[in-house]
Design a protein around this ligand. Structure first.
Ligand code: FE2
Length: 204
């Protein structure tokens, strides 16, 4: 069954233009399409119940691209899904996320310093705050491209795209910090809290 591109009711955000969003939605749809294309092509190889030796090079190349396309699809859904026009600012001090940040980093403020710091790292990729579902602990990670650095089994709870396409229509390449400030002005903390494990308050 093919994946369908989701739609996100995002416009009039602070510091991230509608033009950027429209362009970005199209890029995201490309990842959905390419994920489906790869899956279909791989199914073609498997149709006769085996992978022949002469098929291996092409079969391998398609498989190597799966992580890029799948994560490109899923991470964009997380990114768009953790923004809203009426969001923004910092996490509510009574929220599950705030409590987890305090437990994992000593304070929410230190968590934020780290998350913003990761987002400003040189390179093309993502800053992602994951939650370890087994301990409830959260940790920030740099992900290169879409697939290098994700932690297996951890849940992405806050995701920011720091590829240049995410902000180049609105900011200079050197102004990634301004873009990350704008991102914070639009965070949907309710959506972030929904991603947290429900019993996080008792663990970690
Ligand atoms: Fe992107």
């Amino acid at each position: 069954m093919a994946y369908q591109a989701k739609t996100f009711p995002l416009s009039n955000l602070e510091g991230i233009s509608d033009q950027t969003l429209e362009m970005h939605f199209k890029l995201y749809e490309g990842y959905v399409k390419e994920t489906n294309n790869l899956t279909e092509k791989l199914a073609g190889f498997l149709a006769d119940g085996k992978v022949d030796q002469e098929e291996m090079p092409a079969y391998s190349e398609l498989n190597r691209r799966l992580g890029f396309e799948y994560n490109g699809m899923v991470l964009h859904e997380h990114y768009f899904g953790n923004m809203t026009r009426s969001g923004g600012g910092d996490a509510d001090s009574r929220s599950a996320f705030y409590a987890a940040a305090a437990r994992s980093y000593g304070s929410y403020d230190i968590w934020k310093v780290d998350f913003v710091g990761v987002g400003k790292m040189r390179g093309v990729g993502w800053a992602i705050c994951f939650q370890d579902p087994s301990s409830g602990r959260i940790s920030n990670h740099w992900v290169s491209l879409h697939e290098v650095g994700n932690v297996a089994g951890f849940h992405p709870v806050l995701v920011v795209d720091v590829w240049e396409h995410a902000f180049l229509l609105d900011y200079k390449p050197s102004e990634r910090g301004k873009y990350i400030d704008a991102f914070f002005a639009n965070i949907d903390w309710t959506a972030v809290d929904r991603r947290m494990a429900p019993d996080v308050g008792r663990r970690g």
